[in-house]
Write a protein that binds this ligand. Structure first.
Ligand code: ASP
Ligand code: MG
Length: 413
């Protein structure tokens, strides 16, 4: 007999923010289960629980042990799994909640940003075999020493992808409070459109560039194993956005989306001696501190000295300055310029691979809107610029109008 279809459903914090929403989601799960499918559910912590826990931690220490942070943060998901199982029981559905440890979600030991190494299938399969809906706590795992780990912010997405892959699920549905992935943030631009199909690569670039619907790492893993994802709303039955492997027909669209992120800062080190080893020195010290450098610009040195500018997450400014202070020979403080009032605006699309001129168009559009470009970086399927943060919304609108709304030229499908 062919085994019953297996669906993995992940519900984000906003979808389970309060008892009413938990009950609504439970009804949805019950419906899927009663239609004869096996269901595994991954839940995030209720609403803003994780942020609240971090605030609480901040009242005790500014420098928490990362192990203890994981002990703290992993509690959020344990609450939501138990409540979801109870809500299902109330509906007469047999369900069991399991945390990362009980499932056997094995990770490495990098607390607060652990990587999943493997998932044991036995327990989940046993519960499914007994006819239960299995509710798994997202965002958490366990290392080789039985220490609790977490997978980085938004990590429940990663749990869902990894579980779907491990169980060879027929579908992996990511439920959220919007109808899918949009061509740009609909809160900034009401004319943003829902995207029907987007490739893993595009979604990864968009997530890294500031689109907040899914955790970037989870997209990377989904792409690696070819787990098709369906991002949709928990509030209605509409089809959302499918994240799938890109194909030739998808390359007809030049720009899939426009994203912006204000969570960036720029550091410039002026008058760096223009000699071998300096850049290595600077960026090694940042790497050691675990800081993700995004864009880097180094100017031509004319007087034996040069300026190096780079962007980092805004939250990492003080850590970066600390790292730079450790460099020998020391860099004097008045050679450091910090700019927190920047934003990154990106256009993303696999169609750029086979079409030229997108960068020129992008710069012209910004120029016509009198928006100055501070830095530029490109990949095969993305062009990103740094602009003043006060220009962000205007830049997004101008680019979206040009590349998406007036689509005849740019989006032939
Ligand atoms: N609760 C965790 C967070 O807020 C994980 C998640 O929501 O996916 O980051
Ligand atoms: Mg969350």
């Amino acid at each position: 007999m062919k085994p019953k279809t297996l669906i993995v459903q992940k519900y984000g914090g906003s979808s389970v923010a309060n008892p009413e929403r938990i009950q609504r989601v439970a009804k949805r799960i019950a419906k899927t289960s009663r239609s004869g499918k096996r269901v595994v559910v991954i839940v995030s912590a209720l609403g803003d629980t994780t942020d609240d826990l971090l605030d609480l931690c901040g009242k005790i220490t500014m420098n928490p042990s990362r192990r203890e942070l994981d002990m703290l943060l992993s509690t959020g998901e344990q609450i939501s799994t138990a409540l979801m199982a109870m809500a299902l029981h109330e509906l007469g559905v047999d369900a069991i909640s399991l945390n990362g440890f009980q499932v056997g979600i094995k990770t490495d030991s990098s607390h607060t940003r652990a990587r999943i190494l493997g998932i044991r299938r036995a327990r989940v399969n046993r519960e499914l075999g007994a006819g239960k809906v299995v509710i798994i706590a997202g965002f958490q795992g366990i290392d080789a020493n039985m220490e609790i780990t977490t997978l980085g912010r938004g990590g429940s997405d990663l749990t869902a992808v990894a579980v779907a892959q491990a169980l060879s699920a027929d579908a992996c549905e990511i439920y959220t409070d919007v109808n899918g992935i949009y061509t740009t943030d609909p809160r900034i631009l009401p004319e943003a459109r829902k995207i029907d199909r987007i490739s893993y690569e595009e979604m990864l670039e968009m997530a890294s560039a500031g689109a907040q619907v899914m955790q970037a790492r989870s997209i990377e893993v989904a792409g690696k194993y070819g787990v098709p994802l369906h991002v949709r709303s928990s509030m209605n039955e509409e089809t959302g956005t499918w994240i799938i492997k890109g194909d030739k027909s998808m390359e007809k669209v030049l720009v899939r989306g426009v994203t912006a992120s204000k969570k960036e800062a720029k550091i410039t080190i002026a008058d760096v001696p223009d000699r071998p080893g300096m850049a290595g020195n600077i960026f090694r010290s940042l790497a050691k501190a675990g800081i993700n450098v995004d864009m880097i610009v180094q100017n031509v040195g004319r007087t034996g000295k040069t300026d190096i500018s780079f962007t980092i997450p805004a939250d990492d400014v003080s850590a970066s300055l600390k790292a730079i202070a450790s460099i020998r020979p020391a860099i004097s403080k008045d050679h450091l310029i910090i700019d927190k009032h920047i934003a990154k605006v990106s256009v993303v699309g696999i169609g750029m691979r086979s079409h030229s001129g997108v960068a020129a168009d992008m710069f012209e559009v910004l120029g016509k809107s009198r928006i100055n470009i501070d830095m530029i970086s490109t990949s095969e399927i993305k062009i990103a610029v740094i602009v003043k943060d006060k220009d962000t919304d205007r830049a997004v609108k101008a680019l979206h109008d040009h590349f998406v709304t007036k689509k005849d030229r740019y989006q032939s499908v």
